[in-house]
Design a protein around this ligand. Structure first.
Ligand code: KG4
Ligand code: ZN
Length: 334
């Protein structure tokens, strides 16, 4: 069998990552240089600093990836790179680097939508997984439900009308002063609390759409009201109650999408798919309808280049390449 090596490049937010992927399945190297410690003291990602960090790290990360994969650059079949959505300056570092490589090596450039990359991570972790299925993408910037009909054919059923799930986790963590990134901190603290505060989740017209800004405001209002009344605040209970509310909305809509489309596979993707409550509640709910849950390993849940290389592989197989004048698109949609 011919060996097809795709070089994946991801710089959409605060991770500089480069991967070498063999035949769309085997990860030869997936180097992730995270900037989390750099942004931690600011309580969130500072876009200008993120771009500069990517600039400093991208060449050494490539070198490390090639070394670990034990390959020469000339063996690469194509270069797959995230071109959106994300922070424009951060995206431009990866995209310009990828274009330079593609031009110098005379190899195809393949622009990849970061959100599509997230659910393709599942093809890496579960080689047996095949469409059709429903995908729930829950990241820091996006929350979408997709109907995936085939490897290169999917449609958006619904999405958030305001805050993304991860954004809501991060904002609640910030008001509780838990630090950044907030999602994992809320997840951990919630495990020691009780979901005793009835936070509301908005009901929307679009049956597959989400809205989390009201929930976030309800948490903030609750905290203010407790402070004003000199009443105690139990951060663990606040986290457990918030998490229960957000997870119940995600579970409810995912189940609706599965039953309405007569499907029995749900694929989770994006940073929030690492959430322990979301995984547990989905496992429970899917068991009752004889459906199966798939999610990537923790390292492939958050931003990484392997998922970008995997999406790139399927585009490569179909001869779908990008022009060298491809631009970064910070608001790219599926
Ligand atoms: O997919 P991702 O790495 O980056 C984006 O493309 O946005 O997702 C990052 C988001 C952050 O909001 C982070 O707080 C959230 O995923 N996250 C979690 C957990 N781990 C990461 N949210 C809830 N529970 C977690 N365990
Ligand atoms: Zn992401």
């Amino acid at each position: 069998m011919k060996r097809i090596l795709i070089l994946g490049i991801e710089t959409s937010c605060d991770e500089t990552s480069i991967c070498v992927l063999e035949n769309g399945k085997k990860i030869l190297a997936n180097i992730i240089s995270t900037q989390i410690p750099v942004h931690q003291k600011f309580g969130g990602v500072v876009p200008e600093i993120a771009s500069r960090e990517h600039l400093d790290h991208i060449a050494p990360v490539l070198e490390e990836a090639l070394l670990e994969a034990k390959i020469e650059l000339s063996e690469i079949a194509a270069i797959a790179v995230t071109y959106g959505p994300g922070l424009v300056g951060a995206l431009l570092v990866g995209l310009s680097f990828a274009k330079g490589l593609a031009f110098a090596l005379d190899k195809p450039l393949i622009g990849v939508n970061h959100l599509e990359g997230h659910f393709y991570a599942n093809y890496l972790c579960h080689p047996e997984l095949k469409p059709p299925f429903i995908a729930l993408i829950v990241s820091g910037g996006h929350t979408s439900l997709l109907h995936v009909a085939d490897f290169n054919n999917f449609t958006v059923l619904g999405q958030t009308q305001d805050d993304a799930a991860g954004e809501a986790f991060d904002k609640v963590a910030r008001v509780l002063q838990l630090g950044y990134p907030g999602g994992p901190k809320v997840d951990t603290l919630a495990q020691t609390g009780t979901a005793c505060i009835p936070f509301p989740v908005a009901k929307l017209k679009g049956i597959y759409d989400f809205s989390f800004s009201g929930l976030k405001s309800a948490v903030i209002n609750y905290l203010h009201s407790q402070q004003q009344k000199n009443l105690p605040i139990n951060p663990a209970d606040v986290c457990a109650s918030f998490q229960t509310a957000i997870v119940s909305a995600l579970v409810e809509k995912s189940l609706l999408a599965l039953t309405n489309h007569n499907l029995n596979r749900l694929v989770l993707a994006g940073g929030v798919s690492a959430n322990s409550k979301l995984r547990a509640e989905l496992e429970l709910a899917l068991k009752q309808i004889d459906a199966q849950l798939f999610y990537p390993s923790n390292i492939l849940c958050t931003d990484n280049a392997a998922m970008i290389a995997c999406r790139g592989y399927y585009l490569y197989e179909n001869g779908i390449y990008s022009d060298l004048n491809l631009n970064a698109n910070p608001a790219l949609r599926i």
